[in-house]
Design a protein around this ligand. Sequence first.
Ligand code: NAP
Length: 475
Amino acid sequence: MATTATERKLLVGGQWIETGDWLEVLSPYDGSLVGRVAKGGAEDARRAVDAAARAMGDPLPAHERAAILDRTAQLVTERAEEIARTISSEAGKPMKAARIEAARASSTFTMAAVEARKLAGDAVPMDASPAGVGKLALTLRIPIGVVGAISPFNFPFNLVAHKVAPALAAGCAVVLKPASQTPLSALLLAELETEAGLPPGWLNVVCGSAAEIGDVLVEDERVTLITFTGSAGVGWKLRERAPRKRVNLELGNATPVVVAADADLEDAASRLAANAFSFAGQSCISVQRIYVERRAYDAFLERFLPKVEALVVGDPADDATDVGPLIAASERDRVLEWVDEAKATGARVLTGGELAGELLRPTVIADARPDAKVACDEVFGPVCTVTAYDTLDEAIALANGTRYGLQAGVFTRDVKAALEAARRLEFGGVTINEAPTFRADQMPYGGIKDSGNTREGPAYAVSEMTEERLVVVQL
Ligand code: NAP
């Protein structure tokens, strides 16, 4: 059940503003009104860029930026339960997962504060060439400019943190456009930033038409970097439209896991059952395609299926719930269509594949053809496939048989096989004896192929959000 409806305004230049128009935020679980936010457009986005550019005209020293980030981390910890409730109400994320997201966001701010404190360039060894003798040179890290940030619905607080915190650490002001389904978490984060002492203009939040606000971020030259997390179609199009900006993309995946016969099958089954269905599979690195060595296939399923069937499907506000709703009924229907498509081409549903009330039950599919959508595209729902393989070469080829490349996993006790797989799996990250859904916020996180072109994690994002300026001194 949703909590009491909240009303929030936009944040532009330190002012909370109304626009005369409202965007309603509805619970994905029961359709009730969770809140409403002022709905902005191109004009508000332009004013937000003006405010951000003005703020950057009066730079904040690193120690102040770090102190603000540390205070934000503290406030996130103090108000973690309120943050988790907000995430859960608007995204339909079970409280178990929403609490983890809130805790992780605090660590994202803490790590960004560390980066603000150590942001520095390099000394250049000038006398290493005859041309440099008699000169001293160093590089400075200069904030790249106004950062335009666009965030998705599925981690509405921590993925906003992953854009705002490194930008502030780097000395960049931000114009943020959160997902229309989940703007309340972003505006709560903005409130905490203000409370932490962030001066006006450094963080501006404009909710509303993605096309209008996106156009302003693409067209305004003062926005020198766009950081986008969301679907591949939207992300790559944005990058095409802004060839002279840095456009950093964190996109989707069709996450594979290879389970060798020598793996600890009990441990693999537990980790994969939890991580294929948490938040109903709506994580970019939700376990989706499990490849099990043929001689362990039955033994794996014997352990895996009861754990999947034991997951509690229900109200995300309930502490016991593991699997809640998809973000919209239309998404649930799309996922069901994908399951039907797999069945029509010979796949078998081992469990799930049907509704529990309005919610899709965790679904496990066997014998899916490699070209079925559930076996190569991003399902973004509570569905996984389990497929037998005979050789490691075959498993790696199956895992790589997707346009995506974000994270993949391997379960085995054979170190050599694990490291060979890590080298040959075409993904930005590979986990060994851990589900590929794992992420700690300081890790370099991001994909290759259609999954993106950058790495997030404060240290990596700060580097992207600064330019190296060379200074040469004649001695
Ligand atoms: P989405 O539909 O692409 O939306 C993401 C954001 O882009 C939203 O704020 C959306 O605004 C905005 N947007 C849509 N059209 C736009 C346009 N023409 N110009 C500018 N902005 C535009 O993605 P989603 O459904 O929210 O998120 C799910 C996707 O994100 C999945 O593919 C998932 O794998 C991916 N994801 C990736 C990561 C990662 O770190 N790699 C993490 C989480 C999620 P509106 O909401 O107003 O439409």
